[in-house]
Structure formats: structure tokens, C-alpha cells
Write a new protein. Structure first.
Lengths: 305, 181
């Protein structure tokens, strides 16, 4: 494995399977009464969050703590960043504190890549702008594999705001590496211009795709990024691209429903679909801690060059 | 090149495990409270064989599991990151039981130290014992085995390699003389 985890596209098939297999063993730790391992004792993990995020930050924090690493949380609000410090100076400060790994969430695409040139430790991308969110893709793949078995030849449908979604991009890259066939379904306005270069197919017809899907992943409509008229109204979006009860019935009987959260119930997903036994939404949260433990172990568990 | 010599062949391993199974039954007075935990990979296979043996002798099915020690090793920071093995505890756990740890080769004792730490996070056994197919000496910690298949005097420069039918397609213990590096 490489020293950093910036993009899901950096992972070879062997790397990805090693992470998933490691997570499979670590999942057993979460089931026992003492959920802690001494493995990363003396290592320091810094959570560097320039964007608001609760679930990803606490997920990384729980993962690092379960491996006995020391965790330092650094959020941009109320910190030196709000006083005008640059990313590079922040990085050098963290470096001086002896961070072995920096987990970074940043509003600008490419910030983790820049950071990786400035620090000696490992950099883990916890979401950068509209670019990538590789640990989310890994936990999604892990959740799918636990429910569906090996992903080779599985048909995965990703629905919604692909344009603003780092989750979609990371998922397409990783699922392709793992041998799955990905179909993106979205209004044309919510697809990036370069989508034809992605290793996946594109459709505008959700009802046509659903019967041929082993898993369907609903993306959140990111209201905070809806700065232009991407669709006429929320109601129309929900009618055409939301997963309601009728559409849910079109899925094959053993297909699963996923959502990276936080979800807008009644918008992209109906409440009763989100709460159905075939929804993995709650599992995805638990699997997030497990997969982040696997990533931190594989990046920091051995000799650091 | 290294030269190697078989110190135990298939039938020897068979006899050694049979004897250890009898010793476990004797020492634990019928093995009622015993849980066998093998250290992956080959220790786990040996634990299963011992379990089968004890069942043959006494008609008693004793719980068998495995305990991975990778996350508890003291040498993780030397060398590349290691893939994890499987930890599988019997349904009733280890609380109040006599745990017999099973490994293929006992050498520095550091693996067993790690296994004791791992066990500590899994429950509280009444007692912990240790069975090993080969004891090759050179202990670095105050640890000894309760059941030994074969005591094998070795030089530190030599390597002991255990082959088992289930994993390697044959049963043998080889002693390899490594040339000085």
C-alpha cells in the first residue's frame, strides 16, 4: 500500500482487498466487550477538519482510539486558521507536534494532496471538496461485500447529485477496481462534464435500471451546494429520482439500499425504505469505524519509512 | 543455499499429538473445562487436531478456537505491516475455563506473551496452559510449555519450519541450517 490514502483510484485490487479483509477481522473486535487493541500505542493521529463533519470525524476518532493511538482534534472554527493561517503553516505546526497520520477534511479539492507534500506522516483524505472520500467508498464496499459476497460482476447503481459528490467519484473508482459494474443515475445537470471518462455507465431512467441492480446507493441532495437551478423543484426531483415505496418494489428481492448519510427523508429516500431490513444505512456507520481502523492499521501498523 | 533435515515425519507428529492429547486429559482431569485456542496459522490447525484426538479418546467434544496475536506483537514497528489472522472464540467464551494455547514452534516466547495479552482482552480464564509441537529453546521471556511434542536443541542461526497436511499438503518438521549472513 502507498503511504497516503488520497484517492480510491490509488488503490490496487490487492490493496483494496487487503483493507476489506483486514476490516473483516477487525469487525470481530467491535463485537467483544473490550473493544480496544494496543497496536498503535504511542502513535499520534491528528483529525484536521476544515469543514463541518460530525460522523466522519467521530468515526475516525473512534477508530484511532480503538487502536490505542493518541488523537488530536483540530477544527478550523475558532482555531489559528480563522486567524488567517495558511494550510502549509498549519501542516508545519502539526509536523512539529509529531503527527504520525493526518486525517484531513477540506472544502477545496486537492488539499490532502498538497498536504502530503508538506508532512512526513501519512495523509488520509476524509473528503476534499467535490473530489474524493475514499474511506466512505471503502466502507460502502465493505457493507456491500458483507451483504452480497464478492463484488465481481455485481451491478451497483448510484443515484443523485453526482456532480457535487465526492462519495460517488470514490465509489465509482473503487467499485470498478473490485470488478463491479457501476451505473450512475442523475439529472443531466447533476452529472460532471467529464463523466464519460469515468469507468461506469450513465442513465437518466431510474425505473429502467432498478430491476437490474444488486445494490442501489442514494446520494444526498446537497442543499448547501445547490447554488444554481439544477432541477426545477424538490418535488420534481423526488418524483423522478427519489427511492419511494413503488420504486423499492422494483428492485430484485435480495438487493440492498444504501445511503452515505446524512439523509433527507422524503426527498431522495422514503422513510419506510430507509428503515427497511434491506437498508444498510445503520450498518454503514458501524462499518465506517471498522474500515477506518483497518486503514489506520495498514498505514501506521508497520515500520514507518 | 540452505540445507534442511526432517526432525519429525508424519507418524512422529501423529504420535506426539496423541501423547499431548492424553497429557491434557490427565493434567486437567478429563478436560471438562478445557478450551483449546490455536495461534494462527499452524497452531490453529494443531488445536483442531488435538480437539479431534481428545474427542476420539473420551467422546468429549471440547471447544476449539483460534487467537490471532498480530495486533499484540512487540515487533510491529520492524518490517512491513502484517496481515491479520483469524480470532475465533467458542460460543461460551473463555471465562472460568482452562485455556490451552497451542502453537507450532516455541522459540523466544514473545508470541506466547502476545497471546497472553490478547487473551486478557477476551475474558478471564481460570488457568492458561501452553502446548507446542516443537520447543527449540532460546527463550527471551520467562515462559515455558506445559505440553511439548519434541524438544529440539537448535542454534539461533537455524530455522525450524513446520508443515501440516491441511495447509502444506504434508506433515513434517524441518530443521534448516542457514548460512551465515
Amino acid at each position: 500500500m502507498k503511504r497516503h490514502l488520497i484517492s480510491a483510484g490509488d488503490l490496487s485490487r490487492d490493496d483494496a482487498l487487503l483493507i476489506l479483509d483486514t476490516a473483516e477481522e477487525l469487525a470481530r473486535v467491535s463485537e467483544r466487550s473490550i473493544k480496544k487493541l494496543p497496536t498503535l500505542r504511542g502513535r499520534t493521529v491528528v483529525n484536521l477538519f476544515f469543514e463541518d463533519s460530525t460522523r466522519t470525524r467521530i468515526s475516525f476518532e473512534a477508530a484511532a482510539k480503538r487502536l490505542s493511538a493518541d488523537v488530536i482534534n483540530f477544527s478550523a472554527k475558532g482555531s489559528s486558521v480563522s486567524k488567517g493561517e495558511s494550510l502549509k503553516d498549519t501542516a508545519l505546526t502539526l509536523e512539529a507536534m509529531g503527527a504520525d497520520a493526518v486525517v484531513i477534511r477540506h472544502g477545496s479539492s486537492g488539499a490532502p494532496h498538497r498536504l502530503a507534500n508538506w508532512v512526513h506522516g501519512s495523509v488520509v483524505n476524509a473528503g476534499d471538496g467535490t473530489h474524493e472520500h475514499p474511506t466512505q467508498a471503502l466502507l460502502d464496499a465493505f457493507s456491500m461485500r458483507r451483504r452480497l459476497g464478492a463484488l465481481d460482476g455485481r451491478r451497483i447503481t448510484i443515484v443523485g447529485d453526482v456532480l457535487h459528490s465526492r462519495v460517488a467519484r470514490s465509489n465509482v473508482l473503487l467499485l470498478h477496481t473490485l470488478g463491479a459494474e457501476v451505473t450512475l443515475v442523475a439529472p443531466p445537470t447533476l452529472l460532471p462534464v467529464s463523466v464519460d471518462t469515468w469507468p461506469c455507465s450513465v442513465s437518466y431512467d431510474l425505473d429502467g435500471v432498478l430491476p437490474k441492480s444488486d445494490a442501489v446507493m442514494m446520494l444526498r441532495v446537497q442543499k448547501e451546494r445547490m447554488n444554481a437551478a439544477y432541477f426545477p423543484s424538490e418535488r420534481e426531483y423526488s418524483r423522478r429520482y427519489g427511492l419511494d415505496r413503488d420504486r423499492f418494489a422494483k428492485l430484485p428481492d435480495d438487493a440492498i439500499v444504501m445511503h452515505p448519510g446524512p439523509m433527507n427523508r422524503g426527498m431522495e429516500i422514503a422513510a419506510e425504505v430507509a428503515d427497511s431490513p434491506r437498508s444498510t444505512i445503520v450498518e454503514q456507520v458501524a462499518n465506517g469505524v471498522t474500515i477506518r481502523m483497518a486503514v489506520l492499521y495498514l498505514l501506521l501498523g508497520g515500520e514507518i519509512a | 543455499m540452505s540445507e534442511s533435515r526432517a526432525v519429525l515425519e508424519g507418524p512422529d507428529i501423529h504420535r506426539a499429538l496423541t501423547r499431548i492429547a492424553h497429557e491434557i486429559l490427565e493434567r486437567t482431569k478429563g478436560a471438562d473445562e478445557v478450551v483449546l485456542l490455536g495461534i494462527p496459522t499452524r497452531g490453529a490447525t494443531l488445536a483442531r487436531r488435538l480437539g479431534d484426538r481428545i474427542e476420539q479418546f473420551e467422546g468429549l467434544k471440547i471447544p476449539v478456537g483460534s487467537i490471532d496475536i498480530t495486533m499484540y506483537r512487540d515487533d510491529l514497528r520492524s518490517g512491513p505491516v502484517r496481515p491479520l489472522g483469524r480470532t475465533e472464540l467458542p460460543a461460551d467464551g473463555v471465562d472460568g475455563r482452562t485455556v490451552v494455547l497451542v502453537d507450532d514452534v516455541l522459540y523466544s516466547g514473545r508470541t506466547v506473551r502476545a497471546a497472553l495479552d490478547a487473551l486478557n482482552d477476551l475474558g478471564r480464564p481460570t488457568a492458561v496452559q501452553l502446548a507446542t509441537l516443537v520447543d527449540r529453546g532460546h527463550r527471551e521471556l520467562p515462559i515455558r510449555a506445559d505440553y511439548v511434542g519434541k524438544n529440539l536443541p537448535t542454534a539461533k542461526s537455524e530455522k525450524v519450519k513446520v508443515f501440516l497436511q491441511e495447509i502444506d499438503g504434508r506433515d513434517a518438521v524441518l530443521l534448516m541450517k542457514e548460512e551465515a549472513r
